[in-house]
Design a protein around this ligand. Structure first.
Ligand code: SF4
Length: 342
């Protein structure tokens, strides 16, 4: 069976190409064609000998994504629904502002972790994405709009650290100067709190940003909102985040989705401030979109503002993010989940 050549890092390609008896620089040429010029087939690689192209075509194919649906929100957020080779669906979201083109990427089809307010979790886990399927989300968005993606967040469908090997290979391709050449600090990995993955990632030697979906400042509540907390409780999670900060120097972001009547009290704000200060972390507050289960409703505006003010007065750097693209269901997995139930 032919293999997808986009699944390889430059190091991996060098090993693959070694058996062809071609000069070593061929791997770098192919890597650049794939990731800098987004070549869709080997014939486009005009600086490779014809005989070598024929040999490559016998063993490999160049993977790509098929855009099945696209929707544009009133706020400019654009959602892409991609069809994979096996007919499954994933999503990416493009968020443009004056200075940045940020793409939110999926890493799995569905998710195992069943956070109750998340559509990806409720759709169940299907499979990990291959390296090619992760990187192709960036390349396909760039191609469609003739733009350069400036920031990447692994915050779409799936838990990135649960697909650790492929995530790291994708990051290497995206970060490599002959790949997509995007600085590590422009790449954010968002996790629900998989402690072993955080600890492995701190030793990568990359300054990738880490964002943790905390959503609750006590174990009792977090067990409910982020069920993986039963395995990796807050204390263990915070220790791992602290180690990440110490090893990389990157300030960790704590994501906290405010849900009406559940985690939006000032008492919770004080507990959250305590954690953030211990960690030297910043807090990103998100207003619950209210699009999934009935129990999870948007908090009142005044409560949201009071919560944020309390964190600030406690000395915590805080931003407030309204859910983008609500009219096109841009929160992770909502469109693909809808597709899988059709
Ligand atoms: S929030 Fe993230 S970890 Fe939780 S179910 Fe959704 S995709 Fe999975």
């Amino acid at each position: 069976m032919k293999k997808d050549i986009r699944n390889y890092t430059l190091e991996g390609l060098k090993k693959e190409i070694a058996s062809f008896g071609e000069p070593a620089h061929r791997a770098a040429q192919i890597f650049s064609w794939l990731n800098q010029r987004n070549a869709e087939n080997f014939k486009e690689m005009t600086n490779l000998p014809k005989s070598f192209i024929e040999k490559l075509e016998e063993k490999y194919f160049v993977g790509h994504l098929v855009c099945e649906e696209r929707s544009m929100s009133k706020d400019g957020t654009e959602k892409f629904l991609w069809k994979l080779r096996d007919g499954k669906h994933i999503e990416s979201v493009l968020i443009k502002d004056k200075k940045r083109n940020t793409v939110c990427l999926s890493t799995q089809v569905g998710c195992k972790f069943k956070c109750p307010f998340c559509a990806s979790g409720s759709a169940g886990f299907k499979r990990n994405l291959q390296v090619s399927e992760i990187v192709n989300q960036v390349l396909a968005v760039q191609k469609r709009h003739s733009l350069r993606v400036t920031n990447i967040v692994f915050m779409g469908m799936g838990e990135p650290l649960d697909n650790y090997r492929n995530l790291v290979k994708a990051i290497h391709i995206i970060n490599h100067p002959r790949g997509l050449a995007l600085g590590a600090r422009k790449i954010t990995v968002s996790t629900c709190g998989l402690v072993p993955g955080i600890l492995k990632m701190k030793d990568l030697g990359l300054q990738v940003e880490l964002s943790v979906s905390l959503h609750a400042a006590s174990d009792t509540l977090r067990d409910k909102l982020v069920p993986v907390n039963r395995k990796y409780p807050i204390k263990e999670l915070i220790t791992a985040c602290r180690e990440y900060y110490d090893a990389t120097g990157r300030v960790v972001t704590l994501e906290y989705t405010l849900v009406r009547g559940m985690n939006d009290s000032l008492k919770e704000a004080d507990k959250l401030a305590g954690i953030a200060k211990r960690l030297k972390a910043k807090v990103n507050l998100i207003v619950c979109s209210g699009l999934t289960e009935d129990d999870y409703e948007k908090p009142e505006k005044a409560k949201t503002e009071a919560f944020q003010a309390r964190l600030r007065s406690g000395g915590v750097t805080t931003t407030l993010r309204r859910s983008k693209g609500e009219d096109i269901m841009a929160a992770c997995g909502q469109l693909a989940a809808k597709k899988s139930t059709r």
